[in-house]
Write a protein that binds this ligand. Structure first.
Ligand SMILES: Cc1cc2nc3c(=O)[nH]c(=O)nc-3n(C[C@H](O)[C@H](O)[C@H](O)COP(=O)(O)OP(=O)(O)OC[C@H]3O[C@@H](n4cnc5c(N)ncnc54)[C@H](O)[C@@H]3O)c2cc1C
Length: 587
């Protein structure tokens, strides 16, 4: 047994020595940040375990797992670039000074109190898994209820039909996943998921509004910070589920249908949920201090609130009628230099496509149309549909592919935002997350990342206790949602056929974005900043920074002077005041 003695010694020696200790443990390759966690766990009185702290042969251990031995400390590697544990939450009285001493540099340490006995999450897809991960730090037990029988392997399932279509994980979404489940991204890569983390622009083909972003050289800045991971949706969900299931106080009940929520007699508090077993129809009532609805777009909460007398939340809609057709393929390795192809709609053309490489040489070819432009449901038809706007070499690569499943179709009538944040009254004990609050036009690839941002909002609100939680949480979540919503809405509403509320600032925004995209065709700095904004890493206000506007203007002027007039170029000067500040650019 690798005993506590080893770890104590290592703790005094700091992270370097700890790494050595980790390596001695039957080949476990520890990283510096992780090992610091082992030391602290030990100082806080973790019992010697065999293997220590649950690290078995070949496991990718993390600070979180190390702290699993001290159940009341939660650590997360928040600073992935430096591979350093910088954030801890602690339920043990008196432990904070120990943590502070061990993690002086830049660590944030918060003392928390346990907030309740049981939390229940309804739905075990992206939103539910992330919410459950957060709740596990604050409640003694977390129970996740899911209608589907959950597979052990990465396969599609009925409750997530969209999983058969292209699913891109934005850079911010990846960062959040790694924060909540340290090492998850490495696990995905080990399972075969491609990652774009070297910043090489030739590996992307990204065309927005008819502007193809620069295709040579590398991005400006740290490519790791903007890394894009490309697991298929089933692979991503499968790994997330496995990691959640490994958390001791979390249980997932699959094959259980949520029938209804229960409440106190005066309807002021939600008290739990009634579930029905899919197989036998047996009914069961589960009580909880907090229920989180993560049942997606068809979530029960609006109907439930109405039945309790609170009324339904107002819904914002952008009616764009997006239809996807997707063909999974196996494409021979080396056929394409590109790892990710995205061609978004352009003025006068509300259609587009994706071609994304997943694990084990599998690819997904998706074409889509909006406002009545429906793509065909067969591969040959999809290829001709895309011929109008896709480069020939990309379509040729698709033609070399071997279909590994049928073409599937998905229709989404509108982007939908349930405005719980605007409700005058809400019962205690009930929250919602992910698509249950807001589902977006999928062409912007935002849904999973925004589910992650909801989870961050939940964690931050729970750190301040449960008083007035629904109001605080829905407002915090709305802030994050609104950035993604405005970005998509502004682009969608540029098409006259799309129904939704248009604001004067949207026209200004579209002109600015067009200018940015023109400059992105030839300038890596501008293109990188645009990627950061669309990847939800930077706020859209970065596009208004004077230095950035100056750069855009200079690049576009240079192009004009070289007698190659940019498409619809319009250099927008500094925006002078709130009246014209585009909505998507206001934080
Ligand atoms: C075609 C398409 C493509 C997309 N592409 C992307 C993309 O590229 N990038 C991206 O980030 N996002 C994308 N999205 C959005 C993304 O799929 C969603 O935002 C995400 O799945 C939301 O997760 P969720 O957990 O909130 O809801 P869902 O994924 O809808 O999950 C709801 C869960 O609740 C369960 N459930 C439902 N009812 C019950 C019940 N009564 N009892 C028990 N369980 C129940 C379901 O079985 C399911 O597991 C896309 C969406 C679509 C439609």
């Amino acid at each position: 047994m690798a005993g506590v003695g080893n770890l104590d010694q290592a703790g005094r020696g700091g992270s370097r020595l700890l790494t050595a200790t980790g390596e001695r443990q039957r080949g476990y390759q520890a990283r510096p940040g992780e090992c610091v966690g082992v030391a602290a766990a030990c100082e806080l009185g973790a019992a010697p375990l065999d293997p220590p702290f649950g690290l078995a042969d070949g496991d990718v251990g993390t600070a979180n797992e190390a702290f699993g031995a001290v159940p009341d400390v939660v650590a997360s590697i928040a600073d992935r670039s430096k591979n350093r544990v910088v954030e801890y939450s602690c339920l043990i009285p008196g432990a904070v000074p120990i943590l502070k001493r061990l993690f002086k540099q830049g660590s944030r340490i918060a003392e928390m109190s346990r907030l309740g006995e049981r939390a229940i999450v309804l739905g075990a897809s992206m939103g539910g898994l992330l919410a459950a991960r957060v709740l596990a730090d604050f409640f003694r037990t977390v129970t996740v209820i899911e209608r589907d029988e959950l597979p052990d392997d990465p396969v599609n399932r009925r409750g997530v039909p969209q999983g058969r279509h292209v699913h891109a994980l934005l850079a911010r979404g990846a960062q959040i996943l790694d924060e909540f489940f340290p090492g998850l991204l490495d696990e995905l890569v080990a399972a075969g998921a491609p990652v774009w983390d070297d910043g090489e622009l030739s590996k992307l083909y990204a065309s927005y509004s008819g502007h193809v972003i620069l295709r040579s050289g590398t991005i400006a800045g740290d490519p790791e910070r903007m890394a894009m991971y490309m697991p298929s949706r089933p692979l991503l969900e499968c790994h997330l589920r496995r990691r959640l299931q490994a958390i001791e106080n979390v249980t997932i009940h699959s094959g259980q249908d949520v029938a209804e929520l229960t409440s106190t007699a005066d309807h002021s508090r939600v008290t739990g949920v009634r579930v029905v077993n899919h197989a036998g129809g047996a009914e069961q009532e589960l009580t909880a201090d907090l229920v989180v609805d993560a049942m997606g777009r068809g979530a029960h909460t609006p109907a439930f609130l109405e039945s309790l007398g609170y009324g339904r939340p107002v819904e914002d809609h952008i009616v764009m009628h997006t239809t996807y057709a997707s063909q999974p393929l196996r494409i021979p390795p080396g056929t394409l230099k590109e790892m990710l192809v995205l061609i978004s709609p352009a003025p006068g053309r509300p259609t587009g496509m994706f071609l994304v490489g997943y694990e084990h040489d599998t690819w997904i070819f998706t074409v889509y149309g909006m406002v009545g432009h429906e793509p065909p449901r067969d591969l040959a038809g999809m290829l001709s549909f895309a011929e109008e706007y896709a480069p020939a070499h990309l379509l040729a690569a698709v033609r070399t592919g071997e279909p590994i499943g049928p073409v599937v179709q998905h229709r989404m009538p509108s982007s939908q935002w349930r405005r719980y944040d605007k409700m005058r009254r809400l019962p205690d004990g009930l929250l919602a997350c992910g698509d249950a609050i807001c589902s977006f036009n999928p062409i912007y690839g935002q849904g999973m990342s925004v589910a992650g941002l909801d989870a961050v909002a939940l964690r931050d609100c729970l750190r301040r206790g449960v008083t007035d939680l629904p109001r605080r949480y829905f407002r915090a979540a709305a802030k994050a949602i609104s950035v993604a919503w405005q970005t998509g809405a502004t682009s969608d509403l540029a098409f006259p056929e799309v129904e939704g509320r248009r604001t004067p600032s949207m026209r200004v925004t579209n002109r600015l974005v067009n200018s940015v995209l023109t400059a992105s065709e030839s300038d890596a700095v501008v293109g990188t900043q645009f990627f950061k904004v669309t990847g939800l890493i930077d706020p859209p206000t970065r596009l208004l920074h004077p230095w950035f506007l100056y750069r855009v203007a200079t690049v576009n002027l240079g192009r004009r002077q070289r007698h190659s007039p940019p498409q619809q170029a319009a250099v927008v000067g500094p925006v002078d005041g709130d009246s014209v500040l585009p909505e998507m650019l206001s934080e």
